[in-house]
Design a protein. Structure first.
Ligand code: MLT
Ligand code: MN
Ligand code: ZN
Length: 297
């Protein structure tokens, strides 16, 4: 199977349009840090097409990197879109798929479907343009992806509903995905939002060949320290990397998988290639994913 990180930044991208924090300014200069688009992954089995995992606001330019010569005038580079959650940075790109010549296949939990019908009705909108074919994924249940040798098994990773659902009765938590390839083998676990680092999650990581994990924040109080927001990393549904109980410590203890961080917020000092925090990540045997990172398993 092939896995390509299309976007390695969290919502807002890197640099973020209205941000003048030190890391965003470094990305604008482009020497100590490289710019990144918003969180998205592409995956394909040894047999079959690419699938998109999360549809970011940068989907147009991201999908262009997957485009292949085609027989017809209109041919989509992906066979479907799998959603780990209903956050805007993972779903706004659905609207960019409205030019599709065929209904767009979208996979996600029942809670994500409710959010995308009642809070932010992009499914209903897509239905009126190109059509949308929704398929519900259930936690712990492996589902084959039609036309592909890949299967996906979602699992719960905690977190709360997107802010646009405040005041509604729709409740949901984020999923991680375990992808397995029935043709070529290989196990990939993708978790761009991780709120709960428990035994179940760690066991899935330990049984993977590649884990791509939430690297949003270095510290729990990162946004408060910048004076950006009073919300902590954990309150936003992201276990921070550093400190006791942090993600880095947990990843450092895993033997089997190759480990890389994704969904990195623009304030995170690991984005600076010469920072002590980046050095600590590498010392833990963990990589910092970048746009275009491709792994073949
Ligand atoms: C998140 O990852 O926590 C969300 O995408 C935050 C947001 O963009 O509102
Ligand atoms: Mn996000
Ligand atoms: Zn910034």
């Amino acid at each position: 199977m092939r896995v390509r990180v299309l976007g390695s930044a969290a919502g807002g991208g890197f640099p973020q349009w209205n941000c003048h924090c030190g890391t965003c300014e470094a990305a604008r200069v482009g020497v100590r840090a490289r710019p990144r688009t918003q969180s998205s992954l592409a995956i394909c089995g040894d047999d079959g097409p690419w699938f998109l995992v999360n549809a970011s606001p940068d989907a147009r330019q991201q999908l262009e990197t997957l485009a292949l010569p085609a027989d017809g005038v209109r041919a989509a580079p992906i066979a479907g879109v799998l959603l780990t959650d209903a956050e805007i940075d993972h779903t706004a790109g659905l609207l960019l798929l409205r030019e599709s010549a065929t209904p767009v296949c979208v996979f996600g939990s029942a809670g994500v479907e409710r959010a995308l019908r009642r809070g932010y009705p992009v499914l209903e909108m897509l239905e009126r343009y190109c059509g949308a074919k929704w398929q519900t994924l259930k936690p712990g249940r492996t589902q084959a992806l039609e036309g592909s040798s890949l299967s996906v098994e979602p699992f719960d990773v905690g977190g709360d509903a997107p802010l646009y659902l405040n005041g509604s009765d729709v409740d949901l938590e984020a999923s991680g995905f375990v992808f397995r390839d029935g043709a070529g083998g290989g196990v990939v676990t993708y978790v761009p939002g991780l709120a709960r680092l428990d035994e179940d999650v760690l066991a899935r990581f330990a049984a993977s060949d590649l884990v791509l994990v939430d690297g949003t924040f270095w510290r729990d109080d990162e946004l408060a320290r910048h004076g950006i927001s009073g919300r902590s990393a954990r309150e936003m549904g992201h276990v921070p990397l550093s400190g006791p109980g942090g993600t880095l410590e947990a990843l450092a203890g895993l033997q089997r998988p190759r480990k890389a961080l994704v969904h990195i917020n623009n304030t995170n000092p690991i984005l600076l290639e010469d920072s002590a925090e980046r050095e600590a990540v590498l010392r833990a045997g963990v990589e910092v994913a970048y746009d275009g990172l491709e792994v073949q398993l």
